[in-house]
Design a binder for this molecule. Sequence first.
Ligand code: NAP
Length: 302
Amino acid sequence: MYDIGIIGGGTAGMTAAIYGQRAGKRTVIIEGTNFGGQITSSTNVENYPGIASVSGSEFSMNLLDQAMKLGAETVVDQVSTVTKEEGMFVLETSEKAYPCRSVILATGVTHRHLGIEKEEKLVGAGVSYCATCDGAFFRDRDVAVIGGGNTALQDAEFLSNYCRKVYLVHRRDEFRGEKSLVKRLEEKENVEFVLSATVKDILGESMVEGLILHNKKTEEDFQIEVSGVFVAIGHIPQNDRFKELVELDEGGFIEAKEDCLTSCPGVFAAGDCRTKEVRQLTTAAADGAVAGLAACKYLAGE
Ligand code: NAP
C-alpha cells in the first residue's frame, strides 16, 4: 500500500513526490511514456526562477534524480483506471494494481493536432510535434513551424540553427508568445513569418514535400516547399479515463482550484491537467508542492 500514488511523471508529479517523500510518505509515480513531461522537449528554459538557463531535459532529469534519491518509487506504465474502494484507491495498469491511500493526478497535456488527414499519415515522415527531438534530421533543409505561442517561437529559433530556412506559420498577425522571442526571430535571416495563414493541406504521399496554406486576409491559397512540418499549436488534456472519479470541465481539464482539491476527497490534481489560467513550468512545480502537502494533510486526517 502506498500513501500517495502519483499519475504522471512531469514537473508537477515529480515535485509532488519530493514533497511526499520529505514528509515521510511512501510514494509511487506512474508515468505512461517518459519521465520529464512536456518540458523535456524545450531546448532552453530561461524563465525558471534561480536558473538563468537550462535545457528542458537536464531540468527534468535532475528533478527525477532528486525524487528517486528521496526514495520515490517509479513505474513506467499507463494507468487505465482509478477506483475508490473502502478508504483507498486502486490504480490499475495493464501489468499490476497499485493500492494507494491518496492519489495525485498530474497527467499533463498532449500535443494538439492540426486535424488534417495527411497529418497522421506523415508523422515521422516530415510531420513532427517535437523540434528538439527531430530537428537534427532536417539539417540544411527548409521547414515550417505552425503556431504562434512560446513553443512555436522556441521551435523556430532552435530549427533556424540547423535548417536552411524556417517558415513560421501563424493563423493571426500577432504572436501569443513572448515579445523577446519574436524580436530574436526577426533578427534571424533564415526565418520568415507567414502570418494570418492556416494550413489547408500537406503535400507529399510518403514524405512531406510542402504545404498548401490559406491567407485569411486575401482568401487566397498558396504553397511553400518544405520537407518538415513542426506542429506547435498547443496542448489538450487526456483525462477521460478519470471522468467517473473526478469532475472535468467542458475542455476535459480536471476541476480543481489553486488548492489542487478535486471533487473526490483524497484525489488531488496538479499541473497542466487541471483548470487554471497559467500553464508554466513554475506553476507546475508550485502545484506539485501544493498537491503533495494537501495529500499529506488528507492522510493525517483520514
Ligand atoms: P499556446 O500558448 O496555447 O499557443 C498555441 C498557439 O497555437 C497559439 O498561437 C494558437 O493561435 C495556435 N493554434 C491553436 N490551435 C490552432 C489551430 N488549430 N491551427 C493553427 N494554430 C493554432 O501553446 P504553447 O506555445 O505550446 O505553450 C503552452 C504554454 O506553455 C504557454 O503558457 C507557454 O507560455 C508555455 N511555454 C513555456 C515555455 C518556457 O517557459 N520555456 C516554453 C514553451 C511553452 P492563437 O494565438 O491564434 O490562439
